[in-house]
Design a protein around this ligand. Structure first.
Ligand code: ACM
Length: 540
């Protein structure tokens, strides 16, 4: 697939409709009324008794992190401040035996609510955090009061890796915006933030070994907008903030293509831009200038840049960059891109991928690459592939993706025509692009099954699911929210919930009701979601 990034009119978008309040919602096609939880849990059973009432006297018995996470949600949603102490109505605790019956204890939790008490038990700190997120979704308004319905929930993730990606290269997004996205994504049980830190348009991470990258190649964004970069302290702050929400950070340095910015700082490492007739056509259609040696690039074309493949200095650069990133990244993954290297020959691409993946593996990290890198026979066999083809794979994408699994590694699924969050909605904001079979409705974002995407790759070959947000047209935190929500919730359900067919809740009819019930919670959390007309939003 050759992506065509269209230049959408980047008009300012109105904040999502102000929706407040909440009522539990009946699940479609079911006779019992169940509270709405997204992503759908493994099991949820409504109790028969009266709900638990949240009041100004309600106290929570928990260790500090879990108590703080719950207090923040309760305060935002209800205005109530929870006290803390023994004999409290709400108990939050960790018990490693939780969820072992489901065969997947990590990140699992159990919730039991009756009229007298609320109990949330996590198998580990992450499980408890996810139980708290679910509890936040259960809080309902009852007139002037707040209740939690009587219910029992047992829950554990389907996939270990549940990611969102933010492109901070096409438009730079400051630390506060990244932290807000972490908060919003963590509430849907995402546990990985992939930062696309570099591209033709800018280099966004300060490195001591290569200071000119940010000095000379970070100043602009697409359309001539201002650029920026993260200092090492900024990056560490993001990593710490993510960890406090049980998310890892996966830094991506895209190579050997998508590297025009490298050439601004270190011209000796980069080939001159290679502008094909096909690219000229794209530039004509969508506007912007042609890339020029030594000048920042602020257009939207792709595929014209490459590092020099046959120069040892390139591999010194790769080792410096990933060595420094490895030291500041506690998570196991370093992403080296590998997509759309359209001006690098197949042989050169294979040589580069083999060496870059080996450099990362030698640092003790797991390399990650977009699925094109699967074509390289010499790729380090621990490399995780990230599939960004369509739901029906085209042009050899499935074969390249399958190569990672044949090597004994796994895939992250990011089907572009379903969960590329930068695709335009059918109606609504004038943001986003359409090249991935867009516009992309919430229903399309939801209606796919991970084990059906790459033929022959079932759950054992799937590490997880990630929803990328490219930012050619996305400038602000509000833009991010409106493109991501509610479609990120569809990706969260693909990543966390049982397979379609394995749960009555895993239908579009159920999802649209459940996600609609989250409107008041999202509003109270400051999530400026797109009030898509596909969803029956609850407003109070
Ligand atoms: C991609 O969308 N080029 C990974």
């Amino acid at each position: 697939m050759n992506r065509r990034r269209g230049r959408a009119a980047a008009a300012a978008v109105l904040a999502a409709a102000l929706l407040a309040g909440c009522t539990p919602v009946a699940q479609n096609g079911d006779t019992v009324s169940l509270p709405a939880v997204v992503p759908a849990p493994v099991s949820i059973e409504a109790g028969t008794g009266a709900p638990f009432r949240l009041t100004s006297a309600t106290a929570v018995n928990a260790e500090a992190d879990a108590a703080a996470a719950l207090s923040a949600i309760v305060e935002a949603r209800t205005g109530l401040t929870l006290a803390s102490g023994d004999g409290a109505g709400i108990e939050l605790r960790i018990d490693p035996s939780t969820g072992s019956g489901a065969g997947n204890a990590a990140e699992s939790y159990r919730i039991a609510v009756d009229e007298a008490s609320v109990s949330v038990t996590g198998a580990d700190a992450a499980g408890l955090f996810y139980g708290v997120q679910t509890l936040g979704q259960l809080i309902a308004r009852d007139g002037d009061e707040w209740t939690v319905p009587a219910v029992t929930i047992e829950d554990a993730p389907r996939f270990a890796y549940r990611g969102v990606m933010l492109d901070v290269a096409r438009h730079f997004h400051p630390v506060e915006t990244v932290k807000a996205y972490i908060d919003h994504a963590a509430s849907l049980k995402f546990n990985a933030l992939h930062l696309h830190l570099t591209d033709d348009q800018g280099w966004r991470i300060q490195l001591d070994s290569r200071p000119e990258l940010t000095e000379k190649a970070s100043g602009t964004s697409v359309g001539g907008d201002p650029g920026g970069f993260y200092t090492k302290d900024d990056y560490r702050g993001i990593v710490e903030y993510a960890a406090s929400r049980h998310m890892i950070v996966v830094p991506e340095i895209d190579m050997p293509g998508h590297t025009h910015a490298v050439g601004l700082a270190y011209p000796e490492l980069a080939e001159d831009p290679s502008v094909s007739d096909h690219m000229r056509e794209i530039i004509r259609d969508y506007g912007g200038d042609e890339p020029r040696v030594g000048a920042p690039y602020d257009g939207m074309a792709v595929g014209f840049s490459s590092l020099k493949i046959h120069d040892e200095a390139t591999y010194d650069f790769v080792a410096d960059v990933f060595g420094e990133l490895a030291a500041m990244t506690p998570g196991p993954y370093l992403h080296f891109g590998g997509d759309e290297s359209l001006s690098t020959t197949d042989e050169d691409f294979a040589e580069f991928v083999a060496r870059a993946s080996e450099i990362i593996a030698d640092l003790g990290k797991t390399p990650v690459a977009w699925h094109e890198a699967g074509a390289a026979a010499g790729i380090a066999d621990t490399t995780v592939g990230q599939y960004w083809g369509f739901l029906t794979p085209q042009e050899g994408a499935a074969e390249k993706a399958t190569a990672f699994v044949d090597n004994g590694a796994q895939l992250i699924l990011s089907p572009a025509d379903a969960i590329y969050l930068d695709m335009k909605y059918p109606t609504g904001p004038e943001l986003g692009l359409t090249w991935a079979n867009g516009p992309t409705s919430v229903e399309r974002a939801y209606s796919w099954e991970p084990s059906d995407v790459v033929p022959g790759v079932d759950d054992s070959g799937i590490l997880g699911v990630e929803a990328p947000l490219w930012t050619e047209t996305i400038r602000t935190s509000a833009d991010i929210d409106t493109m991501a929500f509610p479609r990120a919730a569809a990706a969260a359900e693909a990543a966390w919930s049982p397979a379609t067919g394995a749960s009555d809740l895993r239908t579009w009819a159920s999802f649209r009701e459940r996600v609609g019930a989250l409107g008041p919670l999202w509003t109270s959390m400051g999530i400026g979601f797109h009030p898509s007309e596909e969803i029956p939003w609850v407003t109070e």
